[in-house]
Design a protein around this ligand. Structure first.
Ligand code: NAD
Ligand code: TYD
Length: 352
């Protein structure tokens, strides 16, 4: 079985759902259920004996040690993190605590377990750490995309905390021999994405007749990857990745934020036209830029393609259409995530 951490969040939940759709190998899902952890993401697994959701912190060494001893996973896949750049600017403490101290504690618990395994199981064990392209910093317009050899130059409290966790994972391999793998992925989008991040925020705000906030000039570039393609990359790296290596994961979809906004507006115009017949782009509102805003991310995913034969299946056009349709088809999920805590965040970030 697998121990997945952070599997009630956006990417982790997609990973667990896809994993259990493709295999019968059970999943223990350890999640602190912060504002971003949502058991509703896993509702379709209710009553499924292959999945157990355990509320808890990766930094709780006693709990993690007990779970490892009890369930004997053959691998740990670590999604657990504080993941939102804007929140890291308002309050970096939680990012240091979970992403750095929590990852350290998790590595120590896993190391203790791994060292006690019989030789064949010890050999087969894997610790896969899910990280981000943001650890590489920001690119100028004509710079080549990030490779695994790019400098680590994080610029936000979020990306600095993720870079620190990547360094710890690397060191636990080099020093203790822990069989680790790290993936550094570009911006994901797709079902179950919490509407604090750009794409789901646009969809949810557009439908609620609210403003569509564009930071600064809207010309910042992100490289978008459909979440299910990210999940297939993680499965492939877990299966065949070389120990101690990092693999960049990206969708070859560089887009300026403003283009994303226009694409989402046009899809909604087609699929759920406004009652007054006007285009959704009329809701666009330019707001103050994010402090230290990274200008451009772009991922060179050729190592993963060359070594492990992975390629994304979705184009941006196919993935964004699926995503908008998912939000239109799941109004209850959208209504439930817009809790009091979510409204407080909107007030803090957008004064809305
Ligand atoms: P998310 O914020 O949606 O989910 C994070 C999950 O981790 C939540 O379920 C939360 O409850 C849980 N969690 C937080 N602190 C925890 C702790 N101390 N112990 C146990 N669980 C805890 O994030 P996401 O978008 O699903 O991202 C998952 C991972 O992928 C993160 O490590 C993130 O850095 C990385 N990543 C995300 C993206 C992206 O575009 N979303 C891109 C690249 C990498
Ligand atoms: P986000 O989804 O927060 O991901 P990240 O900061 O990790 O890339 O933001 C994606 C881009 O969209 C980023 O350049 C910031 C921008 N953005 C806006 O312009 N308006 C918004 O309301 C949000 C949330 C993000």
């Amino acid at each position: 079985m697998l121990l997945v951490t952070g599997g009630a969040g956006f990417i982790g939940a997609n990973f667990v759902l896809d994993w259990l759709a493709l295999s019968d190998e059970a999943v223990i899902n350890l999640d602190k259920l912060t504002y971003a952890g949502n058991p509703e993401n896993l509702q379709s697994l209710q009553g499924d004996a292959r999945h157990t959701l355990i509320p808890g912190d990766i930094g709780d060494a006693a709990l993690v040690t007990r779970l490892l001893a009890q369930h004997h996973p053959r691998a740990v896949v670590n999604f657990a993190a504080e993941s939102h750049v804007d929140r890291s600017i308002h309050g970096p403490g939680e990012f240091i605590q979970t992403n750095i101290v929590g990852t350290f504690s998790l590595l120590e618990s896993v190391r203790g377990y791994w060292q006690g395994l019989p030789p064949a199981q010890k050999e087969a064990f894997r610790f896969l750490h899910v990280s981000t392209d943001e650890v590489y910093g920001s690119l100028a317009k004509d710079d080549p995309a990030f490779t695994e050899a790019s400098h680590i130059e994080p610029n936000s409290p979020y990306s600095a905390s993720k870079a620190a966790s990547d360094h710890l994972v690397r060191a636990w391999h080099h020093t203790y021999g822990l069989p680790v793998l790290t993936t550094n992925c570009s911006n994901n989008y797709g079902p179950y994405h919490f509407p604090e991040k750009l794409i789901p925020l646009l969809i949810v705000n557009a439908l609620a007749d609210k403003k569509l906030p564009v930071y600064g000039d809207g010309q910042q570039i992100r490289d978008w990857l459909y979440v299910k393609d990210h999940c297939s990359a993680i499965r492939r790296v877990l299966e065949a990745g070389r120990l101690g290596e990092t693999y960049n994961v990206g969708g070859w979809n560089e887009k300026a934020n403003l283009d994303i906004v226009h694409t989402v507006c046009a899809l909604l115009d087609e699929l759920r036209p406004r009652a007054d017949g006007k285009p959704y782009k009329e809701q666009i509102s330019y707001v103050t830029d994010r402090p230290g805003h990274d200008r451009r991310y772009a991922i060179d995913a050729r190592k993963l393609e060359r070594e492990l034969g992975w390629k994304p299946l979705e184009t941006f056009d196919s993935g964004i259409r699926k995503t908008v349709l998912w939000y239109l088809d799941n109004p209850d999920w959208v209504a439930h995530v817009q809790s009091g805590a979510y409204r407080e965040w909107l007030q803090k970030q957008y004064q809305s």
